[in-house]
Ligand binder design. Structure first.
Ligand SMILES: Nc1nc2c(ncn2[C@@H]2O[C@H](COP(=O)(O)OP(=O)(O)OP(=O)(O)O)[C@@H](O)[C@H]2O)c(=O)[nH]1
Ligand code: SF4
Ligand SMILES: [Mg+2]
Length: 403
C-alpha cells in the first residue's frame, strides 16, 4: 500500500565532500539525477529526489552537502545538512579509505540520538584497497553494516539494496491503518465534512481522503455528508454508524446532533493518534486550562506554505484559547523546520499541527525537545476539541484501545 507523496520513507546520505554521495544517489536511482563533479562542495544544500529502489519501492533520497574538517561551508549550510537527520528514516554514511574521525563520530552520535538506523558505505574501492580487518573492526565497534562499494563499478548495489531494506524501520515502510482497530468489515463510518468558504474548491482535503481510503481498505462502508444534512439523515440512517468522524471545526454542532450512544470523534483527533505523540497529547491538552497571564504558547506548523491550515493556528486557536482561559497570552508560531526562537522551557504549552504532509518520525522529532523538557504538548485537533468542551467525547473511542 503506498503512502502519500511526502510520507514515503526518507533515506539521507551523509559524508565528507567529494566522497561520492551524489554519485551514490545516481547509482541507486540508476540514472543521473544528482549533480556530480570532482570539485569538493558540489552539492550545497540538501536535495530531495523521489525514486524507486529495488526491494524498498518508492523512497525519497536526501542528498546533503558534504561537511568536513576543512569545510569552507558556512555554518548555516552545515546546520541545514544536519537538520536533515530529524527528517529521515534511515541514513547512509559514505566514507572513503576507512577514514573515520571526529566528523564521522559526531554524525553517528547524532544518528544514535535521533534513533536513525544507518549503514556505512565504504566508497571508491576501485581507488583504495579493501582492508577486511579494518572494515570488520569498525563494523563491530559501531554495530552497523559496512558495504564496500564503487560508484564506478557498482557490483555491490544489490547488496546495498538488501541492507537498506533490512534496516528500514517497518513503520516507515508500511502504511498502518488509521482506524482499522476501531472498525470491522461492513461497519458504517459516517464522515461529516463541511463545505464552507474555507474548503478548497473542487476537492477534499488530505485527511478526509486518507480516512475514506482507510475505511475502504478495511472493507467497511463510508458515508460522507455535510453537517447541513446530518440531522435528517441520521434519523433515517440504517444501520447506524459505528463511528462518526467530523471536521474539528464543526465539532460543537455535530456533537449536539449525534446521540451520545454513537461514538464521535474528529478528523484531526484520529490523525493525531496515527501521526503524533497521542499519549503525550492526551496528558498535555488539559493543561490549556492552567495557562496563566503572560504564558507563551508555541504553535508548530509543518507546512511552510500553509496548505489547508491557513488561519487555524494563527487566528482561530489563539482566539479560542483566549476565550476559554480569559488570560493574556503570548502566541508564537514556527513553520516547517524553522528554528524555535527561545529555549523550549520558556513555553507553557506546545501545539503541533496535524502534520498531514510529514512522516510520523518527523512529528516525533519535532516534539521531542518539548516532551523531554516536560513541556505539555497538544495538537490542533485535540486542542480544538478541548476548547469546545468535547475533548472527553472525542477521545473516548480511543481510550479503551491500546494507544
Ligand atoms: N574512482 C571513483 N570515483 C568516484 C566514485 N564515486 C564518486 N567518484 C567521483 O568522485 C567525485 C565526487 O563525487 P560526488 O558524487 O560529486 O561527491 P559528493 O560526495 O556528492 O561531493 P559534494 O557534493 O561535494 O559533497 C566525482 O568526480 C565522482 O565521479 C567511485 O566509487 N570511484
Ligand atoms: S496540518 Fe500541518 S502539515 Fe497539514 S496542512 Fe496543516 S499545517 Fe500543513
Ligand atoms: Mg554532492
Amino acid at each position: 500500500m503506498s503512502k502519500g507523496k511526502d510520507a514515503k520513507p526518507h533515506i539521507g546520505i551523509f559524508g565528507r565532500r567529494n566522497y561520492g554521495k551524489s554519485s551514490l544517489i545516481n547509482t541507486l536511482a540508476n540514472q543521473d539525477i544528482a549533480i556530480v563533479s570532482n570539485i569538493a562542495g558540489t552539492t550545497t544544500d540538501p536535495v530531495r529526489k523521489s525514486m524507486e529502489i529495488a526491494e524498498l519501492g518508492p523512497v525519497i533520497l536526501v542528498d546533503t552537502a558534504g561537511i568536513d574538517d576543512d569545510s569552507v561551508l558556512g555554518t548555516e549550510r552545515i546546520k541545514r545538512s544536519l537538520q536533515q537527520i530529524s527528517q529521515i528514516d534511515l541514513a547512509i554514511l559514505v566514507i572513503v579509505n576507512y577514514l573515520f574521525a571526529s566528523y564521522e563520530e559526531d554524525l553517528v552520535e547524532l544518528f544514535r540520538k535521533q534513533e536513525v538506523p544507518y549503514l556505512i558505505v565504504q566508497n571508491k574501492t576501485d581507488l583504495f584497497p579493501i582492508d577486511k580487518d579494518k572494515a570488520n573492526a569498525l563494523s563491530a565497534r559501531l554495530q552497523v553494516p559496512i558495504i564496500h562499494f564503487s560508484c564506478n563499478h557498482p557490483q555491490n548495489v544489490s547488496m546495498l539494496h538488501q541492507e537498506l531494506n533490512k534496516l528500514m524501520p517497518r513503520n516507515a515502510l508500511h502504511f498502518t491503518s488509521i482506524i482499522g482497530d476501531l472498525i470491522k468489515k461492513d461497519d458504517v463510518v459516517l464522515l461529516v465534512t463541511p463545505i464552507d468558504s474555507e474548503a478548497p474548491v473542487g476537492r477534499m482535503i488530505l485527511p478526509q481522503v486518507q480516512l475514506i481510503r482507510d475505511v475502504l481498505d478495511n472493507h467497511a462502508v463510508v458515508v460522507t455528508l455535510r453537517e447541513t444534512e446530518l440531522e435528517a439523515y441520521l434519523k433515517v440512517m440504517h444501520p447506524k454508524p459505528v463511528l462518526v468522524i467530523t471536521d474539528s471545526q464543526a465539532f460543537e454542532f455535530v456533537n449536539s446532533i449525534v446521540p451520545p450512544e454513537i461514538p464521535l470523534t474528529g478528523f484531526s483527533v484520529v490523525l493525531a493518534r496515527q501521526k503524533g505523540e497521542f499519549e503525550a497529547y492526551l496528558k498535555g491538552t488539559p493543561k490549556l486550562a492552567e495557562l496563566k497571564d503572560g504564558d507563551r504558547v508555541l504553535t508548530l506548523e509543518s507546512c511552510t506554505h500553509h496548505v489547508s491550515c491557513d488561519d487555524i493556528g494563527q487566528i482561530k486557536i489563539p482566539k479560542w484559547i483566549d476565550k476559554f482561559t480569559g488570560k493574556k497570552l503570548v502566541y508564537e508560531m514556527v513553520s516547517g523546520l524553522e528554528q524555535i526562537k527561545r529555549p523550549i522551557t520558556e513555553y507553557a504549552i506546545v501545539i503541533q499541527c496535524g502534520g498531514c504532509v510529514i512522516t510520523q518520525k518527523q512529528v516525533k522529532n519535532r516534539l521531542r525537545p518539548a516532551i523531554e523538557a516536560g513541556v505539555p504538548v497538544t495538537n490542533y485537533g485535540l486542542a480544538i476539541a478541548f476548547l469546545h468542551g468535547i475533548f472527553e467525547r472525542a477521545t473516548a473511542p480511543f481510550k479503551s484501545k491500546d494507544l
